[in-house]
Design a binder for this molecule. Sequence first.
Ligand code: ACO
Length: 213
Amino acid sequence: MEYKLITEDRYDDVIRHLRDNFFADEPLNKAAGLCRRGYGHRDLEHHSLETLEDNLSLMAVTESNEIAGVILNGILHPGDIETSQKKLELNDDEKFKKIFRLLYTINLKDDIFQKFHVDKAFDVRILSVDSQYRGQGIAKHLVRHSQDIAKECGFKVMKADATGIFSQKILKSNGFEVLLEQYYNKYVDEFGQPILNVESPHIKLQLLYKVLE
Ligand code: ACO
């Protein structure tokens, strides 16, 4: 397996990989029934392409140059979440809103820029491995390589919203620590009903961070 920066000529392949894997499998997307495997999603694709344009994303490729996994990393600046949150309220996709409202709410509970005295953070946004290649350490490698890139590019802090137990384990094994967490059964509507019925073994969302030396 080779690990490389994702260049523009592979953007279409990355989107295809995400449609076949992440868009359907990520625990919150799955709970919301956001999309069917193999199908696109306007807002997730926009989010992915915007992140790719920050030029910090990596892919794991097989000998035959197929994408086995990706990590999409972006740059987060102060105020970005607030701006995205305002835009979200204009969105007409209720399933997408359920997911991103939760993500933005947890992110706004603390201010990582103030906390770590930084004006930008390396944001691990999408970690996805093709179902054929899972359990071989690819995600772990993608996170490790991302740390090298973050350091080379002068970032002092990395963060990730890890939605499932496995991504949480992978990030923690790479030295990330928990800043905040939200149990899914406590993310409820006005009648006390869970907004997202996230499948076991995923029970909570964790906002994880790592300070780079
Ligand atoms: N069951 C049990 N253990 C697992 C599983 C699983 N399904 N998946 C990963 N693990 C464990 C491994 O055993 C390993 O633990 P170890 O180091 O103690 O041996 C550890 O997690 C690392 O596993 P990797 O092989 O590096 O993980 P993999 O390459 O299979 O990718 C990933 C994991 C990315 C979560 C993959 O299952 C996937 O693409 N899932 C769907 C999308 C998703 O949920 N992405 C994360 C959302 S959060 C975010 O994107 C920031």
